[in-house]
Ligand binder design. Structure first.
Ligand code: ARG
Length: 272
């Protein structure tokens, strides 16, 4: 059966700016161009909608400039929402806003222990019947075990080993049941070995591709949305029967995020 394009949660970038520095991409001296950011965000939303993705919106808070990165809201499995426990105080105020949103939508909110750091879909992605989790810079490895217990799903934990690739979704992107993009330079040898073990056809990206956020991609059917693909990557993906759709996210890369960070997948009841 062909998966439906599905539903995602996005947050308009009305309050988006580089107000602090919590990852190596961010510099308050390298401000985002807000009008351009708004255009890029609208463009991404429109591109997804043209592929029949349903986009839900949460109201931005003027106090939370990074709220546009909804992938970090938490993790959804069926009707269960596990909210993030953000590592940095600058983002901790987002937690309540996302919890309220999902409570209003009648999700069961299951909170992790407050001492466990966990940054949602930024560090946890569904692949086939397992969850792939990243840990080190933002999420604690113990959070994976807790999520696994709550959801009764196996979690494969990968240690992130490069501060530029501080969230799993910056260096790993499942594309379908066989393929996933990943940046070898973001993992230690053990992590890379696990990826090769669980992903039948892993597609490594080069360092320049990784720094162009090629792994922060979001796939709808056979269409892979990403900031920018090299000719090399286009070729490899088209051989694997994927089509790349580029959507510029230059203003968001200044905060360390691109396409995937700006969408939180809302699975349908039949999906995981
Ligand atoms: N500035 C944000 C942060 O450092 C970017 C988050 C990107 N999100 C992601 N899912 N990788 O938290």
């Amino acid at each position: 059966m062909r998966a439906s394009p599905g539903k995602v949660l996005m947050c308009p970038p009305t309050s988006y700016s580089i107000r602090y520095e919590i990852n190596p991409w961010m510099s308050v001296k390298n401000q985002a161009d807000r009008p351009l950011a708004v255009r890029q965000w609208k463009n991404l939303k429109g591109a997804l909608e043209r592929r029949k993705v349903r986009v839900e919106l949460i109201r931005p808070s003027p106090r939370q400039p990074d709220m546009v990165f909804t992938a970090n809201a938490g993790f959804i499995n069926g009707r269960v929402f596990i909210p993030s426990n953000f590592r940095y105080p600058q983002r901790q105020g987002e937690r309540e806003l996302f919890i309220n949103y999902f409570k209003r939508k009648k999700y069961r909110v299951v909170a992790l222990e407050p001492s466990l750091r966990f940054e949602g879909e930024g560090d946890m992605l569904s692949f086939r019947d397992v969850l792939i989790g990243g840990w080190h810079y933002r999420s604690d490895i113990q959070s994976h075990e807790a999520v696994s217990g709550f959801l009764n799903r196996r979690v494969v934990s990968l240690e992130l080993a490069n501060p530029h690739f501080y969230h799993l979704d910056t260096c790993f992107a499942p594309l379908d049941d066989r393929h996933a993009l990943y940046f070898p330079g973001a993992f230690d040898p053990r992590g890379e070995k696990l990826i090769r073990e669980f992903v039948p056809s892993p597609i490594p990206v080069t360092s320049p591709e990784a720094f162009a956020m090629c792994c922060n991609a979001f796939t709808v059917g056979r269409v892979v949305f990403m900031h920018r693909a090299t000719a090399r990557l286009q070729r490899i993906l088209s051989q694997a029967r994927f089509e790349v759709e580029e959507v510029s996210t230059s203003e968001f890369i200044k905060a360390g995020g691109s396409v995937k960070c700006m969408v939180l997948k809302i699975p349908g009841t039949r999906e995981g």
